[in-house]
Structure formats: structure tokens, C-alpha cells
Ligand binder design. Sequence first.
Ligand code: ADP
Ligand code: ADP
Length: 229
Amino acid sequence: AGRVRFENVRFGYEGEREILQGIDLDIPGGKTVAVVGPSGAGKSTLGRLLFRFYDVTDGRITIDGQDLRDVTQASLRAAIGIVPQDTVLFNDTIGYNIAYGREDASPDEVRAAARGASIAEFIEAQTDGYDTRVGERGLKLSGGEKQRVAIARTLLKDPPILILDEATSALDSRTEAAILDTLREIERGRTTIVIAHRLSTVVDADEIVVLDGGRAAERGTHAQLLRRD
Ligand code: ADP
Ligand code: ADP
């Protein structure tokens, strides 16, 4: 389950030129596809189309064979988790931020998600616990800690499909390496789209698609793409 297909997808933002000019992607359930390419190529837009922030102009996107237009917003939201480049936390407690979207979660589930995201130790040692408020007059979290909160939120949601949209791009290289390790673990068993700038960071993706000029300019595994250079 969780097979994602883009079939000849075309899209342009309203009143703008067409930025996606016939994109085909076929991601078998549980596999990882990385989308790389220059800034402005339309990488993030692919994620926004999958989440149906916008509808495709032509072509179609399916999940397990079902056209996105026939999937309810509620089940789409439940099916897809997004970890963005910069997570903005609510000015509320750490627990609230982790459980956002899963308000029914028990404290044990919240702690398990925090452990899975390797943020539990920080919360237990550096704060007054899950009720500590983030933000104003409260706790200030680093970029990496915020990303771990976003990862914990995703684990609690447990979606079959993940979009990692430059999830570590804003971090220093040591923090990036640590968070990439955590992301690799949460990717396991989920259909994942990894959006990145550079090939070097997506070595282990099942397929890499290089987006350029509105099309998939190249595709293959990391080794195959390197051989072609
Ligand atoms: P990438 O993720 O590859 O950097 P994006 O998908 O974010 O590229 O954006 C692709 C193009 O669409 C860019 O030229 C960008 O300026 C434009 N764009 C992005 N979002 C919008 C929007 N909401 N309205 C109009 N144009 C947009
Ligand atoms: P920048 O040059 O802006 O740092 P990179 O090309 O280094 O961008 O891209 C890093 C991006 O790659 C991060 O946003 C991260 O989310 C993504 N990434 C790479 N490999 C993986 C992976 N295996 N799992 C999750 N994310 C990954």
C-alpha cells in the first residue's frame, strides 16, 4: 500500500508559466524517490500537488490507483506526513506540538514518538517536561530540535506516505547528519519523496529524479546517475 503515481502531470501557478511540463513518477509502496534539481525547478510544488494544496492542470496523481480528486481531504491528510525545511512551532507546550493532529494520543504514545525522533532525552533533561511552553518567555529550541519535534509529530501520525522537503537543508552539517540518520529510520516502510538540492545527500534513494526545465531531465539510482556524468 502507499503506491504513489504521477502520470504526465502538468502544472503552473495561476497566471504564471507552466513549471511542470509532463512529470511521471511511480513510487512503489514503501520505496523512496528523491527529487533533486535547481532552485525553482518545481520540486516543492510536486509535494504541494500530492497534498492537494493545488490541483494538477493536466495528467493525474494517484495513490494506490485512486485519483487524488476522489480522495477526501481528511483521508489525504491522514495518509501524508510532511517534514518541511523550517518547522514553525506553535506557541504552546512541547507535548501539544508533538501531538498536533493526534490530540487523542496518550502521554505514553507522545513519549514513544519523542524517543523515535531522538528528542525525548533533550525534553527530559533540558526542560520541565512535555508541558514546557515553546516560544515566548518559554523555551527556545534550535533548528535541529524543532525538526525533531516535527519528526515526532510525524511518527505519532504514522502516515504511509512521507514528504521530506529539504528537511535538513537549514541545518549545520553535523546536525544534518544526525537528523538524516533519524529520517532514514522513519522512512522505513513508508513511501517517501525526498526533496533535495544536491545528489550527494540522497545516495540511498531507490530512484533519483532530476527535475529541470519542467521535466524529469534524468532518472536512475545514485550510481547510475554518477556513471552518466
Ligand atoms: P523548488 O522547490 O524546486 O525550488 P518550487 O516548487 O518551490 O521550486 O517553485 C517552482 C516555481 O514556482 C518557482 O519559480 C517559484 O517562484 C514559483 N512558485 C512557487 N510557489 C508559487 C506560488 N504560490 N505562486 C506562484 N508561483 C510560485
Ligand atoms: P542544501 O544544499 O540546501 O543543504 P542538500 O542538497 O544538501 O541541500 O539537501 C539536503 C536535503 O536532503 C535535506 O533537506 C534532507 O531532507 C534531504 N535528504 C537527503 N537524504 C535523505 C534521506 N535519506 N532521508 C531524508 N532526507 C534526506
